[in-house]
Design a protein around this ligand. Structure first.
Ligand code: NAD
Ligand code: TYD
Length: 341
């Protein structure tokens, strides 16, 4: 396992993973295969392209395009797929579920077919704690029933089940990781932490959905990448592994850390109309991955502070996104009425 196709590698977690793997394994070769949707950006990989020239290539393509997927795997003699490609934002899945079903379910099937046909060494699926649905008490373990509640979570669940079906039916060498909320460099500022950090920098309101007492496990993206690496190398075929800090905090607590890191006032907090079907709490039991020797390096609070500092220091990255028409149109649709109320 040395020649990887990282699908969705131009997005937030994928780009961090590619950089992490190329730094750690000098004999690895990685092809990023990415459609470059609004969330996929070559800027996320700009340093990778120069630092690792010769061990890195980029192919623009859709994971639903079976011909291009197979051709890329063959052209570069790749032996592994790590699939990050997905539509990923819950709020967008409530506006327009179709592209989520297409990419997260059908796209996963296309990649699995290619892995089976070409006899790849491994297919690894990046999944999410959201497939378990909201957990009001205790923590999700990998064998729990899946009870997704949003179109995003339902689509990711479809992907997971298809991956496991290929293992059960044909013995495809698969593994799955289910991560909690990731934060860190290069996260598109639609997700809550980069949205709140960049709004606060500009003294704009932070739209907290409902009472803000929903709980999330905010993990630093490189801790997640390390977890994926451990599962790729030490995980058992056909198995699922949770990845997170194993603790969680409310959105209001997270918001207060964002504001404190930037020295901004609590008056920026604005409670707005809640998200439809908003999951109250996600909480992962991460002991299975811990048993492979992995440990998260950041608490939620440390991850939030480090992330906010990156946004404060890297306006070059997010200002062009936020001032663009695409983002402005989305922001008006998602928050216009909410913030006016
Ligand atoms: P992201 O939205 O930042 O990036 C997604 C990437 O996939 C983009 O580069 C996009 O261009 C690409 N893409 C989308 N549709 C595609 C298609 N049809 N073909 C090829 N490429 C396509 O997402 P992210 O936050 O980096 O998430 C990556 C993966 O991790 C996803 O599978 C997501 O479900 C999972 N995950 C995310 C989180 C989180 O907190 N962000 C937590 C757990 C799991
Ligand atoms: P998000 O980053 O969208 O991740 P997910 O919904 O996949 O967990 O949201 C994280 C939490 O923050 C979630 O409870 C919803 C909440 N949230 C807000 O309160 N306001 C916002 O503007 C956004 C985007 C999210």
């Amino acid at each position: 396992m040395q020649r990887l196709m990282v699908t969705g590698g131009a997005g937030f977690i994928g780009s961090n993973f590619v950089r992490y793997m190329l730094e750690k394994y000098p004999d690895y070769f990685i092809v990023v295969y990415d459609k470059l949707t609004y969330a996929g950006r070559l800027e996320n990989l700009q340093d990778v392209a120069t630092r690792f020239a010769g061990r890195y290539a980029f192919v623009q393509g859709d994971i639903c395009d079976s011909v291009k997927v197979e051709a890329t795997l063959k052209d570069y003699a790749l032996d592994t797929i790590v699939n990050f490609a997905a539509e990923t934002h819950v709020d967008r899945s409530l506006m327009e579920p179709g592209s989520f079903i297409q990419t997260d379910v059908f796209g996963t099937y296309v990649l699995l077919e290619a892995a089976k046909k070409l006899g790849l060494e491994r297919y690894h699926q990046i999944s999410t704690d959201e497939v378990y649905g909201q957990v009001l008490e205790n923590r999700s373990v990998e064998t729990d029933n899946l009870k997704p509640r949003s179109p995003y979570a339902a689509s990711k669940t479809g992907g997971d089940l298809m991956v496991l079906a290929y293992y059960e039916s044909w013995g495809l060498p698969v593994t799955i990781t289910r991560g909690s909320n990731n934060i860190g460099p290069y996260q598109y500022p639609e997700k809550v932490v980069p949205l709140f950090a960049t709004n606060a920098i500009d003294d704009q309101p932070l739209p907290v959905y409902g009472d803000g007492l929903q709980m999330r496990d905010y993990q630093y993206v490189l801790d997640h990448c390390e977890g994926i690496d451990v599962v790729l190398h030490k995980g058992k075929i056909g198995e699922v592994y949770n990845v997170g800090t194993g603790s969680e905090m409310t959105n209001l607590e997270m918001t207060k850390i964002v504001l404190a890191t930037l020295g901004k006032p609590a008056s920026l907090i604005k409670h707005v109309e809640d998200r439809a079907g908003h999951d109250r709490r996600y909480a992962l039991d991460v002991s299975k991955l811990r048993s492979l020797g992995w440990e998260p390096r950041h608490t939620c609070a440390e991850a939030i502070e480090k992330t906010v500092r990156w946004y404060a220091e890297n306006e070059w990255w997010w200002r062009p996104i936020k001032s663009g028409e695409l983002y402005q149109t989305y922001y008006a649709a998602q928050y216009g009425k909410r913030l006016a109320q």
